[in-house]
Structures are given as C-alpha cells and as structure tokens.
Ligand binder design. Structure first.
Ligand code: IPD
Ligand code: CA
Length: 215
C-alpha cells in the first residue's frame, strides 16, 4: 500500500523495502530518489501486543537521506526529520539529551533476530562491555524496534544506542531524525554511518551500525 501510493505520485522514484527484499527483489541504493521502507519495525512486538511498533519511511536522494518518518501508530507518536530543517515528534521540535558520561547514560540496544551462537556471544560480550563493575552505563533497555530505539535517542529518552548487523530500512529514517535532533551516527568502520555497508546476507544491504549519541 505504501509503495503503490508513493509510486502513483512519484513514478520515476525507486524503492527499497523490507518486504520487497524478503520477496526476492534486488536491493540497490542508487542516486535516484529512493524510498526506503520498513512497513512494520518491531514485528515480534507486534505479534505479542507490546506497543513498540513502527512504520519507518525514508527518502534518499544521491544516496543521502533527506526525509525520515517513523510512526508508532499504537502510541500515536509521529517522529519526523528533514535534512537541515530539524526533527520533531508530533510537530514539536526534539533534541538529544547531550549526556556525555557513560555512567549517567541510558543505553539502548537489541538482541537482533538471529540466535546463531557466534552472533549471540558477540551480543552478550558487547553488552558486557557497557554493563560491568568497572565500566557501566546507568541502565540498559532492549525494546524490539530499531527505528523507535533511534527515535528514543532523538527525544533524549535514551543517551546511546548501538546494534551490530542491522538493515538499511531499520535505520534510514531514524538516523536522519537523530542527526536533525543534534545527535551523531557512526558505523563500525568509524565513518559517518554509510547507509548500505557490505552486504552480509544475500542481497540485503546491511549497515554495521555502531552509533553513539553524545549530543
Ligand atoms: C527488527 C527490529 C529489531 C532489531 C532487528 C530488526 P523487524 O526489525 O528492528 O529491534 O533488533 O535487527 O530486524 O524484523 O521487526 O522489522
Ligand atoms: Ca525492521
């Protein structure tokens, strides 16, 4: 429905969607205006009735995201960002917390969906490096929607978020919203969070995301 509505208005634009990729469509980010869509981020939450579920839509032009929208229909929270024009929740300007001290920070992360042992070992060891006797965040939350995790950072409801092995449709809109809210986004190479990193699985572009938000 999202793709057909947009395609009617913008017939020359391209699309990258989680469901289209799952159906075997080739995923390719070009300079052409491209809508990057996750119709349901937080699928497991949706199945269980946990109210942390969103539609995430981003528009990239010349491989740069210029518009991002993340909508949690259950809580009626609409997060929006436009390149150079700020970030908003339900029309009101939002800003990251500005917290720079790990011990005072609320960390947000995710387990991800794979239960592969090597991947889970990495997830637990990453969490351990932020939650231990010597070096610890104030708290940690794993809420089940990467897009909404990023919006939590954008409203200052969390101070940093990371996830290893994530897809472009999970974070394209959220990353712009964070930046427009005054935060920063990095990938694991230390670069400025390239939208599509090295593909890890099949044709899906994965962003090896490591983002820390220091305000
Ligand atoms: C997932 C969620 C989850 C994250 C996974 C994503 P989905 O998206 O964002 O929080 O940990 O990596 O794949 O499958 O619910 O659209
Ligand atoms: Ca998703």
């Amino acid at each position: 429905m999202i793709i057909s509505t947009l395609r009617e208005k913008f017939p020359t634009h391209s699309f990258i969607g989680e469901e289209s990729a799952a159906a075997g469509e080739k995923v390719e980010l070009t300079d052409n205006p491209t809508w990057i869509i996750d119709p349901v981020d937080g699928t497991t939450n949706f199945v269980h009735g946990f109210p942390f579920v969103a539609v995430s839509i981003a528009l990239s032009v010349n491989k740069e995201v210029v518009v991002g929208v993340v909508y949690n229909a259950i809580l009626d929270q609409m997060f929006t960002g436009q390149l150079g024009k700020g970030a908003f929740m339900n029309g009101k300007p939002i800003h990251v917390s500005g917290q720079e001290d790990l011990s005072q920070s609320l960390l947000i992360s995710e387990f991800g969906s794979s239960r592969d042992k090597e991947k889970m070992d990495l997830v637990f060891s990453n969490l351990g490096s932020f939650l231990n006797e010597k070096n610890s965040a104030h708290g940690c939350r794993l809420l089940g929607s990467a897009a909404l995790d990023m919006c939590q950072i954008a409203i200052g409801g969390g101070d940093m978020y990371y996830q290893y092995g994530i897809h472009v449709w999970d974070i394209a809109a959220g990353a712009l919203i964070i930046r427009e809210a005054g935060g920063v986004v990095w990938d694991t190479t230390g670069r400025n969070g390239e939208l599509c990193g090295t593909p890890q699985v099949g044709t899906s572009p994965n962003l090896q995301l490591f983002c820390t938000l220091l305000g």
